[in-house]
Design a protein around this ligand. Structure first.
Ligand SMILES: Nc1ncnc2c1ncn2[C@@H]1O[C@H](COP(=O)(O)OP(=O)(O)OP(=O)(O)O)[C@@H](O)[C@H]1O
Ligand SMILES: [Mg+2]
Length: 263
């Protein structure tokens, strides 16, 4: 597994990012994503309670917590699939919590939900085409060929129908298709879930390569070992933020791990 020793989030490795994208990243002092005092409900049941955290440009931030802690609900509230009842969500200085999901997506927020939804009748290459959006300043620009370079497995099966891929391959395809939208922020809901150990390692490598490209990533995880590739950790319990710190700090704090992440 990758170590926790990564460059400082404000100085991301930006190999392959255009000069334009680079200057946009470094000139911004505001966080790329900021949640403040976010409450969210399913019906009458309150699920999120004053959730607040920030994500800076080029960081990988892990949203951790046990089953039902509110990780997926937090991601859904960012992308507009769960309404924010109170509080604010701001992306690069722009408030987004009142916008519909399609507008939020077009602001460059890519979201890969827990359930992989690929088109089973379409080939790998056709699935990728579905995700295409225009290039965006401040975000790495992806073409199908660049994605095949990042995901060599997909390149080998570019003409295969999505329905004839393994679960791990489908998971990679979902991420690749989301990247075709040229997001500047990528939200991944439990990317390692249900994957064979070898594929989990590939997934971790892929996410680190995305960081090197200058992409900002928020991933939800129950698997702390996998989440160790992140720069920082936010731990949720019962819809509240209980811990926020660097991944290196969390790795040393076994009491925190036991309290909020242990079985
Ligand atoms: N569509 C829904 N309607 C009602 N309650 C829901 C719905 N989806 C989730 N919940 C409840 O909201 C709470 C938070 O769920 P959420 O899916 O955000 O947790 P999670 O941290 O992603 O958990 P997991 O690790 O199991 O994915 C849980 O109590 C869950 O039962
Ligand atoms: Mg979830």
């Amino acid at each position: 597994m990758p170590s926790t020793n990564h460059p400082h989030p404000e100085e991301p490795a930006l190999a392959g990012v255009s000069k334009d994208a680079r200057s946009t990243c470094s000139s911004k002092r505001v966080p790329l994503l900021a949640l403040s005092a976010v409450d969210a409900y399913y019906g009458l049941a309150q699920i999120l309670f004053a959730v607040a955290f920030e994500v800076r440009h080029g960081e990988i931030v892990a949203l951790l917590g046990r089953n039902g802690a509110g990780k997926s609900t937090t991601l859904k509230s960012i992308v507009g699939l769960v309404r924010v009842a109170k509080g604010e969500i701001v992306v690069a200085g722009q408030r987004i919590d009142h916008l519909p999901a399609n507008r939020i997506s077009r602001l460059g927020i890519g979201y890969v939900p827990e359930d992989r939804r690929i088109f089973t009748d379409l080939t790998v290459a056709e699935n990728l085409e579905v995700g295409r959006q225009p290039a965006r300043a401040g975000a790495p620009h992806w073409t199908i060929e660049r994605l095949f370079h990042l995901f060599p497995n997909l390149a080998e099966m570019r003409n295969r129908p999505g329905g004839r891929m393994s679960g791990g391959e489908q998971q990679m395809l979902t991420i690749a298709r989301t990247l075709m939208g040229n997001p500047r922020l990528l939200l991944l809901d439990e990317p390692s879930e249900g994957l064979a150990p070898k594929i989990v390692e590939q997934m971790a490598d892929t996410i680190l390569r995305l960081k090197e490209e200058g992409l900002t990533v928020v991933l939800s995880e129950q698997n702390l070992h996998f989440a160790m590739l992140s720069d920082r950790a936010i731990i949720l319990e019962k819809g509240r933020v209980r811990y926020s710190g660097t991944m290196a700090e969390l790795a040393r704090q076994e009491d925190v791990q036991l309290a909020y992440l242990g079985a």
